[in-house]
Write a protein that binds this ligand. Structure first.
Ligand code: ATP
Ligand code: MG
Length: 464
């Protein structure tokens, strides 16, 4: 059988209610029984006391006469006994002799010489008092059959039992409806979740107006759907952009192949131009595919299981090559001690980020200008900055240049062989490794400043 939350809730709450009923009813029942029998005991004691008052200071024969004149209730008996147990006088109407307790196996001592006996399914209260009369000692006994009390006690018992059963049925129904009402939003969520397909992510759960955990669950669920939808549409956009970007070099290639086929074999000039252009486009395609592969690979990498590396050492190593290949710029490098620049990151990826930023700095900066590089530490953060004196990024493009395939100056960038993925890759790598990437105008308004901030990694963190 499927154990739903509703079933479990109903079973548990009914069990708790049953337990509470049981304790409460047991208490009420026992208390009622005690109070009723105690009342009866007090009545018997007071009647016996009346009788004693009348007999006191008299003789045994006066006491016998006194007892013989008593006309008791059908459920009562009064006896006068000699010290040897011989019955001197009895007053009774319908009280049966067999109800008179024979031995001393009272089920309860009730105090003041009163005892409760169970005789032949009858409960008999026996109150005894010893009297010192003028001419001897006698024992006066008052016996009372309290069976009628059992009826009231049984009545109370059945009343409590029916009340409890009724209460339990009500509790079970109540908790069933409560559980169903409370879980209604969950059933709606299940229905909505079933209706969602990759093609239609537009359905949303209706958020209950009351403020409780289910409202929070519905909100979280809707927010998750929003994120999935966003990721899906970004993915679609990316595929559309990538295919568009791939189409351009492919049509250029196609154009040159046609050209070659028509005129190229005869015309030396056309042949040279076509081969150079085809080479250029193939290089562009290779760049683009390797960048696309990088983007796909970043997501698969673990951002925590990686080495501790010195940012300054890596920057120094990468820049040395660029300096040699681009002596037309004035390179200004300021680095702090390597051991103060340790971060946890994939070394290959950091090199990739630095190379993409240096590539941009060189591509978009005229010869003879300065390119400044620095690694410094502020508080627990490592800052890596690359500042150039190029033409800068127009303010309207600045927020978008880290988007995939975005180029600020389309014509110029394409001319430079730019795919428009360099900065997108930088941002994605840096953020993947819990860093922060930003671009702004360089101080003085001319040029661009790229800044990467990583949390510093101190080896002792690991030992603590
Ligand atoms: P690639 O994918 O080959 O790097 P790209 O350089 O065109 O191509 P990004 O590096 O992402 O692409 O840069 C996006 C755009 O931002 C560039 O097209 C360029 O217009 C602008 N840009 C980036 N860096 C600079 C810079 N240092 N100075 C001026 N413009 C820049
Ligand atoms: Mg670039």
């Amino acid at each position: 059988m499927k154990l739903t939350i509703t079933t479990r809730f109903v079973a548990l709450s009914t069990m708790v209610v049953a337990f509470i009923f049981f304790l409460f009813n047991a208490f009420v029942y026992l208390e009622f029984m005690n109070v009723t029998i105690d009342n009866e005991r007090q009545i018997v004691v007071s009647r016996l006391a009346d009788l004693v008052r009348r007999m006191d200071k008299g003789t045994v024969s006066q006491a016998v006469t006194e007892v013989q004149h008593i006309v008791p209730d059908p459920r009562q008996m009064v006896r006068l006994l000699a010290p040897n147990g011989k019955v001197l006088a009895v007053a009774t109407t319908q009280f049966r002799d067999r109800w008179v307790p024979s031995g001393f196996h009272a089920s309860q001592m009730l105090g003041h010489g009163v005892m409760l006996y169970d005789e032949e399914n009858h409960r008999i209260l026996v109150a005894s008092v010893s009297l010192h009369l003028k001419d001897g000692r006698v024992t006066l006994q008052w016996l009372e059959n309290v069976a009628s009390l059992d009826h009231s006690i049984a009545f109370v018992f059945y009343l409590l039992l029916t009340g409890s059963i009724g209460g339990l049925v009500l509790a079970a129904f109540g908790s069933y409806f409560l559980a169903r009402y409370s879980l209604l939003p969950i059933r709606e969520m299940i229905a909505t979740a079933r209706a969602i397909t990759p093609g239609d992510l537009s359905s949303r759960i209706e958020v209950p107006r009351r403020k409780d955990e289910l409202t929070e669950l519905a909100n979280t669920y809707n927010a998750m759907l929003d994120r999935i939808l966003l990721a899906f549409s970004r993915e679609r956009q990316f595929i559309a952009d990538a295919s568009h970007e791939l189409r351009t070099p492919l049509s250029v290639l196609e154009g040159y192949v046609h050209l070659l086929r028509r005129w190229g074999w005869e015309d030396e000039e056309v042949r040279k131009e076509s081969v150079a252009a085809i080479e250029e486009e193939v290089r562009h395609l290779r760049n683009m595919t390797s960048q696309l592969l990088t983007l796909a690979a970043i997501d698969q990498e673990s951002s925590t299981d990686c080495d501790a590396i010195a940012v300054a050492a890596i920057l120094k190593r990468v820049v040395r090559k660029w300096q040699r290949l681009n002596p037309q710029y004035t390179w200004i490098i300021s680095l702090i001690e390597e051991h103060a620049t340790i971060v946890r990151m994939n070394e290959v990826r950091l090199e990739q980020v630095i190379r993409a930023l240096l590539d941009n700095a060189c591509k978009y900066t005229p010869d003879g200008k300065e390119i400044k590089l620095a690694v410094l530490r502020k508080d627990e953060k490592i800052h890596l900055t690359i500042v150039d004196e190029g033409e800068g990024i127009p303010p309207e493009d600045l927020p978008h240049v880290t988007e995939r395939f975005y180029r600020a100056d389309k014509a110029r960038s394409r001319q430079e062989g730019g795919v428009g993925l360099g900065l997108a890759i930088c941002r994605e790598i840096v953020e993947h490794y819990h860093g922060h990437f930003s671009l702004c105008d360089a101080d003085g308004g001319k040029g661009t400043k790229a800044e990467i901030i990583f949390p510093a990694y101190d080896r002792k963190e690991e030992s603590t």
